[in-house]
Design a protein around this ligand. Structure first.
Ligand SMILES: NC(=O)c1ccc[n+]([C@@H]2O[C@H](COP(=O)([O-])OP(=O)(O)OC[C@H]3O[C@@H](n4cnc5c(N)ncnc54)[C@H](OP(=O)(O)O)[C@@H]3O)[C@@H](O)[C@H]2O)c1
Length: 331
């Protein structure tokens, strides 16, 4: 049986922030299934800052850009509603690359949602944010007693980086969202030793004061002014893990990075990170985070918006600090 459904296509590449005219809604028809295929009705769709990089025509990117006229790329969770694949029977809950769409064909990357894991925990912790945080932090070889700074600390990835670091006995300075409730959340619920507002007019002074002995580890998620101030405070043999540079995604020309002088004098190690290199650590990460949740040591929050069309303004929320937690579209 075929039916019509709504999907959102990329209409043009943004030059700055996403604007609604970058997308257009279309009506598609579900296909007749061949052997091995299954049809998924998406129930939850993740909105991520990385979407801004996925629409850039950049040959250096880790994924090919979404083509003009193609369904916009997204990670999501759904339910199998029709199936010619015994591994994915009707009614099973699956996750993977779905796209901005109500229905999609199950792809090779799709997996069953593990039993006992809620959709919220999967989207906030166990999948992209959790694996990114876990694998990136592991690369820095953290040691108890060291000081770690994480930017984007009130966001999905940064909040997990900071909590794993606390769990491992590090001192954690989180630089994150300007709202008072985000600062409170980082200090009171996540247990960070200090939370700093990235828009503060005294940002440099606050970073200096929080790092009397410098930072051993800097996990970078955003760029922006904090990048330079933290870089200047790196301790000797410090490690910098660059996961994202969100403040630069909407800029035509990215900001200049710090000087090599510090790298040389302080013997710093700067390392890039892309999640696609770490899928083989998924089970290990899952077990680790599940243990933290069981021990009450991993907190997360989600921010739901309703309906496929809400994605138009949802992606914009990511770059204007309007989301309080993992941004998820409920379909
Ligand atoms: N390399 C990889 O494989 C990989 C995988 C996943 C994510 N990432 C990257 O990790 C970063 C964070 O992703 P996420 O999913 O955690 O996003 P998120 O949940 O939207 O959180 C983003 C965080 O960054 C802050 N922020 C936003 N714009 C900023 C700016 N211009 N300057 C300073 N801080 C800013 C936000 O604070 P407010 O919201 O309060 O403004 C929030 O704390 C992004 O750069 C993303 O592309 C990379």
């Amino acid at each position: 049986m075929t039916m019509e459904y709504k999907a959102i296509l990329l209409k043009k590449r943004p030059t700055g922030d996403f604007t609604p005219d970058c997308f257009e809604t279309t009506t598609l028809t579900t296909p007749q299934l061949s052997d091995g295929q299954f049809l998924v009705k998406q129930t939850h769709m993740s909105l991520d800052p990385a979407m801004r990089t996925w629409v850039q025509d950049n040959p250096d990117s880790y994924l090919p850009p979404v083509g003009i006229g193609e369904v916009m790329r997204a990670f999501g969770v759904g339910v199998v509603v029709e199936s010619k694949n015994a591994d994915f029977p009707v009614g099973s809950q699956v996750y993977g690359m779905t796209g901005w769409t109500e229905y999609c064909l199950g792809g090779e990357d799709m997996q069953l949602v593990p039993e006992g894991v809620s959709v919220e925990a999967l989207m906030c912790c166990f999948n992209v944010p959790g694996l990114t945080a876990y694998a990136a932090l592991k690369k820095t070889k953290p040691k108890a007693g060291e000081t770690l700074v994480v930017t984007g600390a009130s966001g999905s990835v940064g909040s997990i980086v900071g909590q794993i670091a606390k769990y491992q006995g590090l001192r954690v300075i989180g630089i994150g969202g300007p709202q008072e409730e985000k600062i409170k959340w980082m200090e009171e619920e996540l247990g960070f030793d200090k939370a700093i507002n990235y828009t503060s007019p005294t940002l440099k002074e606050e970073i200096d004061a929080a790092l009397p002995d410098g930072a051993n580890i800097f996990v970078e998620l955003t760029g922006g002014p904090a990048q330079h101030y933290v870089f200047e405070k790196m301790a000797r043999y410090g490690r910098i893990e660059v996961i994202g540079v969100m403040a630069d995604y909407n800029k035509e020309v990215p900001a200049l990075g710090p000087s090599w002088v510090q790298v040389n004098l302080k013997v710093l190690n700067i390392d890039g990170f892309i999640i696609t290199d770490h899928y083989d650590e998924m089970q290990e990460c899952f077990d680790y985070l599940a243990e933290m949740i069981k021990n009450g040591k991993l907190h997360y929050q989600s921010h739901y918006i309703e309906g496929l069309d809400s994605a138009f303004k949802g992606v914009h929320m990511l770059f204007t600090g309007q989301n309080l937690g993992k941004l998820i579209v409920k379909l």
